[in-house]
Design a protein around this ligand. Structure first.
Ligand SMILES: C[C@@]1(CC(=O)O)C2=NC(=C\c3[nH]c(c(CCC(=O)O)c3CC(=O)O)Cc3[nH]c(c(CC(=O)O)c3CCC(=O)O)/C=C3\N/C(=C\2)[C@@H](CCC(=O)O)[C@]3(C)CC(=O)O)/[C@H]1CCC(=O)O
Ligand SMILES: NC(=O)c1ccc[n+]([C@@H]2O[C@H](COP(=O)([O-])OP(=O)(O)OC[C@H]3O[C@@H](n4cnc5c(N)ncnc54)[C@H](O)[C@@H]3O)[C@@H](O)[C@H]2O)c1
Length: 214
């Protein structure tokens, strides 16, 4: 069976993390980065989670998981060290059509968390469909070398050029032609080498050449 890959907009969405250990902390940080309203339920918190609570970055209920914790929740990550609790969370969520990930427990998940290269708006997400999380991690590390941090700046630049094209080029076929030609293998190679100014020049040239054509 194939999994359906998506990028979720979690801005302002209530997301629950069950558990307050090391794994929970990693998951909470990833959710907070995405603008989610993160609720944590656990009898104890790591020092890192406590610090996030002190800074108002998360909402916390001290205690053991209860079904009522699911009220109004969009997505759940269960990261306790108790298999029975993780199972109850998974069953409760399935019954309510809530997205749920039980860490490292594929049969109880209705979504998996991919391994991700973060380069600003550019994100390369890798999944092996649960066949080998270790391979996903190794591929992520390899891709991080290939696609350096400069890609964040370059993708923002492309976004700006694209907005300008959409704004200024009214003919749909001309517009399509320009957008299709903005980047090519040579430009990509320049960005990979870190020659970002040259890459930007190439993009600008494509835009201007195509605009001038009759
Ligand atoms: C990508 C990443 C994201 C994240 O967790 O943030 C992630 N696992 C990562 C690492 C990792 N996890 C494990 C190891 C030890 C080596 C190994 O066992 O292979 C390593 C490597 C390491 O830590 O070095 C143990 C493990 N993981 C799962 C099982 C159970 C099983 O396979 O049955 C077991 C065995 C537990 C046991 O021993 O009992 C299952 C899942 N892990 C997934 C995601 C989902 C499928 C992703 C995919 O489609 O590939 C899935 C299905 C569910 C889920 O979403 O949790 C993250 C890399 C982050 C990064 O880039 O650094
Ligand atoms: N630590 C890792 O790197 C790692 C890697 C892969 C998998 N795992 C697995 O992920 C799970 C979590 O790992 P961890 O290192 O964060 O464990 P941990 O023991 O540090 O944290 C577990 C947390 O769950 C909380 N908890 C227990 N019962 C609860 C309940 N009924 N309701 C709410 N919270 C409850 C505990 O208080 C604790 O905060 C474990 O099953 C572990 O096997 C851990």
């Amino acid at each position: 069976m194939e999994f359906y890959p998506v990028f979720l907009n979690l801005q302002g969405k209530k997301c629950l993390v069950v558990g307050g250990g090391r794994v929970a902390e990693r998951k909470v940080r990833a959710l907070v980065r995405c603008g989610a309203h993160v609720y944590v339920v656990s009898p104890v918190l790591t020092a890192g989670l406590q610090e996030m609570l002190d800074h108002g970055q998360i909402i916390y209920r001290r205690g053991f998981y209860q079904t009522a914790d699911l009220d109004g929740v969009f997505l759940v990550i269960s990261a306790t060290d108790n298999e029975e609790v993780n199972n109850v969370v998974a069953v409760d969520c399935a019954g309510r059509n809530i997205l749920v990930n039980v860490v490292d427990d594929p049969p109880r998940c209705n979504f998996f968390v991919p391994s991700v290269v973060h380069r600003g708006a550019l994100q390369l997400a890798i999944s092996t469909g649960g066949k080998s999380p270790h391979l996903a991690k190794t591929l992520r590390q390899s891709l991080e070398k290939e696609f350096g941090p400069q890609f964040a700046e370059f993708v923002d630049f492309l976004g700006n050029v694209r907005a300008e094209v959409l704004d200024r080029v009214t003919d749909p076929s001309r517009r399509k032609q320009i957008l299709k030609n903005l980047t090519d293998e040579t430009t990509l190679a320049l960005v990979k080498q870190g020659d970002i100014e040259k890459a930007k020049e190439r993009v600008k040239n494509v835009y201007h050449i195509h605009r001038r054509q009759p």
